[in-house]
Design a protein around this ligand. Structure first.
Ligand SMILES: [Zn+2]
Length: 373
């Protein structure tokens, strides 16, 4: 069973607060950043928010753009993502806006919470009893069974802390607002907790962008060196599937986005000349929105010139696809092409290239007969 990809989204002040202590909600973001959040919501199958935040902010939690809703419907999805809240106590006011806007609603609670809710939410939300306590892993298993592929979590403090401390967050969008709150009673982004590997585990920083006066930092908390090794091992498996050749390398490639494999390829997979990265990219639409957040794993450095001049070098294909991260195991030797400049070219265009030299031997093993220079 597949759990959904979990994306945490938060806006914080420079001193780490998500609100002030006043009854009115502090506006940390501007219009452009709210629009970005609207886009992330539209790309999600479900949006989750804690009951505390629901009570404090009383949000509607909608996709506001009519165009984005229309695009969802055109893609065969519900107009609005499923809205989810989590409450152990079941203390949920049926008059909150949350229940009365958008599409389907789901409440995860305990047995005691379910008893407390009673039939107060009948007809507006499905209530799921998770037993004695709320285990986020069990919750994600249930969402997986319901076909939820992408879950956006919009807080608050307790929910974000629990997802991160349970190592269940695949992605974190931290919108840093140029504001200082300075109020010790104001809520923070995270509570003190035992986070996996902290403080020595460094999250992978996938993107930094400026949206008005907001700095958006996109982290992939689980994208570790181990994760890269796992996908490269998969690419090496694929390289073993290549039809044998005395005139070309055997290479495997995997395209990974949102923590899952979205395409694979290997040398000579579909015709005698096709390269691994090319074969993997050929299977995806050029406009696939996942490409911009994808990593391509290739056992060999992507080529920068080709023996078949009618076909684009893989480096150019990767740049055209908008892929921002490339992981390789070995650099192309001068066996067939005097000077492969794949890595240099990708880096010149701002692509992050990671070399797993420790896997080079394994990635090269099926090419030994080629008299590698
Ligand atoms: Zn190539």
């Amino acid at each position: 069973m597949t759990r959904p990809y979990v994306l945490l989204s938060v806006a914080v002040s420079v001193d780490g607060y998500i609100d002030d202590a006043s009854p009115d909600r502090l506006r940390l973001s501007g219009a452009a950043d709210f629009d970005r959040v609207d886009q992330v919501r539209a790309e999600s199958d479900a949006i989750l928010i804690g009951a505390e935040t629901l009570r404090r902010d009383n949000p509607r939690l909608l996709v506001n753009s009519a165009d984005r809703r229309a695009a969802r419907v055109a893609a065969g999805k519900a107009e609005y993502p499923l809205k989810i809240t989590v409450s152990a106590t079941g203390d949920l006011d049926p008059d909150l806006k949350f229940w009365h806007y958008g599409g389907d609603k789901l409440v995860y609670t305990t047995s005691a919470g379910a008893a407390a809710v009673g039939d107060r939410l009948a007809g507006v939300a499905e209530v799921v009893d998770l037993g004695d306590g709320i285990d986020l892993g069990v919750l994600l298993d249930d969402l997986g069974r319901r076909g939820i592929g992408r879950l956006m979590v919009e807080g608050g403090t307790r929910i974000h802390t629990e997802f991160l401390s349970a190592d269940l967050a695949d992605e974190l969008h931290l919108a840093l607002a140029p504001i200082l709150v300075g109020d010790p009673d104001a809520p923070r982004f995270l509570n003190p907790a035992i986070f996996p590997g902290s403080p020595s585990r460094r999250m992978y920083l996938a993107e930094v962008s400026k949206i008005g006066d907001i700095a958006l930092l996109r982290y992939l908390p689980k994208m570790t060196h181990e994760e890269d090794h796992r996908w490269m091992a998969r690419a090496i498996e694929l390289a073993r599937l290549c039809p044998p050749s005395d005139t070309a390398f055997s290479v495997g490639a995997v395209v990974v986005a949102d923590g899952v494999e979205i395409s694979t390829g290997f040398s000579r997979e579909t015709d005698a000349k096709v390269h691994a990265e090319e074969s993997a990219l050929n299977k995806l639409a050029e406009t696939d929105p996942r490409l911009s957040r994808a990593t391509i794993y290739s056992t060999l450095e992507p080529c920068s010139q080709r023996g078949t001049p009618t076909r684009l070098p893989c480096t150019n294909r990767i740049l055209a696809a908008g892929i921002a991260r490339v992981v390789i195991a070995w650099r192309e030797p001068a066996t067939f092409v005097a000077n492969c400049a794949g890595v240099e070219t990708l880096r010149q265009h701002g692509v992050e290239v990671v070399e797993l030299a420790e896997l080079a031997e394994a990635a090269m093993s099926m090419n030994r007969h080629l008299n590698l220079s």
